[in-house]
Design a protein around this ligand. Structure first.
Ligand code: TQI
Ligand code: ZN
Ligand code: ZN
Length: 370
């Protein structure tokens, strides 16, 4: 699984990333500066999905032409684990239970039917990774602390990674660094700085930029396609970025996206523009130990439309992160960014097996590169 980095992978990531050529990432100050010929027309894709609307109202026992495609969709996102070569068009128990779990994850009434709200949620653009991996949901319905389970409207909650990993309690200042080969501009780096400060405003955590990529707690790199950690990027849209749970600190972004750095003002869903700060705030949530949330307003909700911007932490995100790291005594309930200056570059997390293997890995790469 993605959160269990093996020693070997660690080395290959460090190694392959140190070998990449300078970044060819596409950065655009705003949405109107993206040339039309690189804008992917999402209307075409949306057209294909329109067909989904004919399943509205489907329930167990029904047989509807093309229902097999719906099963394929649920299989893609981990809700159906059986893998028959051909799904049938019958609305069977397998589909019903997949729909129920999906509805719980997305905070919809678990009717087990393809009702309107469920179809609308399916039709929304979403992240390409499964919600359920090896039988464990990455979202709220499997959250051990979710209360009010009988009231489906209030099960909404943040989640943590299995085992609830977090940065050790003696580390309240974390350093971050950018892969030097990416040669990011100060404007791009400032976007990450703003994203970090959204989390430090509400917790006792501080973030500080370090010039030393290899020793920083959080390592930010833009990469294309296969970049050595077994989670290859996929070109425009699809997976935009990924981050590993604490105390890994790897934060990778897809070089092939059209990243917008000054924010997107109006929701233009026909464009492939991706707001960098929105993605950064979400991924930092993962880096700090938050899984996905079923609260739609939350930063950790697992869908975002291209061309839109969502950067403000919701109360669900704030509750989740404060459970892990405590609240900022200066935080009065309103979020205004603060910038942290203390430099702790070169510090390693102590006492954890992770810190140890990291140290060894870094040492090892030094040796191969010399
Ligand atoms: N990347 C996925 C994500 O960050 C990768 C992922 C899926 C993941 N499941 C995970 C990472 C569990 C850690 C733990 O969710 S993504 C969104 C969102 C992506 C998606 O490129 O699909 C955002 C990146 F939530 F909008 F869909 C950023 Cl904001
Ligand atoms: Zn990666
Ligand atoms: Zn995510």
């Amino acid at each position: 699984m993605r959160h269990h980095f093996v020693f070997f992978t660690l080395i290959s990531v460090l190694f392959s990333l140190s070998q990449t050529s300078p970044s060819s990432a596409h950065f655009f100050p705003n949405i109107s500066s993206i040339p039309p010929w690189i804008q992917k027309n999402i209307n075409q894709t949306a057209g294909a999905w329109d067909a989904f609307n004919k399943y509205a109202g489907c329930r167990a026992g029904d047989k509807v032409d093309g229902l097999a495609r719906v099963k394929k969709y649920f299989q893609n996102f981990g809700y159906i684990t059986e893998s028959p070569l051909n799904f049938t068009d019958a609305f069977d128990d397998m589909l019903e239970s997949a729909i129920k779990t999906y509805q719980k994850n997305f905070n919809l009434e678990p009717t087990g039917q393809l009702d309107n709200k469920t179809i609308q949620q399916i039709l929304r653009p979403r992240c390409g990774n499964p919600d359920i991996v090896n039988g464990t949901t990455t979202m709220n319905s499997g959250h051990p602390e979710s209360h009010n389970t009988s009231l489906f409207h209030s099960v909404a909650h943040y989640s943590f990674f299995p085992g609830r990993p977090r940065w050790p309690s003696n580390r309240r200042t974390l350093s971050y660094a950018f892969l030097p080969d990416n040669q990011l501009t100060d404007n791009v780096k400032a976007v990450f700085g703003r994203a970090f400060s959204r989390w430090s405003t509400v917790t006792q955590l501080n973030f500080t930029q370090s010039e030393s990529y290899r020793t920083a707690d959080i390592r930010i790199a833009f990469a294309s396609g296969d970049h050595g950690d077994g989670e290859p990027f996929d070109g425009v849209l699809g997976t935009l970025a990924h981050a590993f749970s604490p105390p890994s600190g790897f934060f990778h972004l897809d070089n092939d996206e059209n990243w917008v750095i000054e924010g997107v003002t109006n929701p233009l869903t026909t464009m492939s523009a991706v707001d960098l700060e929105s993605v950064a705030v979400h991924e930092i949530g993962h880096l700090l130990g938050l899984g996905h949330s079923s609260v739609e307003e939350s930063i950790m909700f697992p869908t975002i439309s291209s061309g839109t911007r969502k950067v403000e932490l919701a109360s669900d995100d704030i509750e989740g992160i404060q459970t892990l790291y405590g609240s900022n005594p200066n935080f009065n309930g309103t979020t205004s960014p603060s910038v942290q200056q203390r430099d702790t570059s070169g510090a390693y997390s102590s006492g954890s097996l992770w810190g140890m293997s990291l140290l060894l890995a870094v040492g090892f790469v030094h040796i191969i590169l010399l």
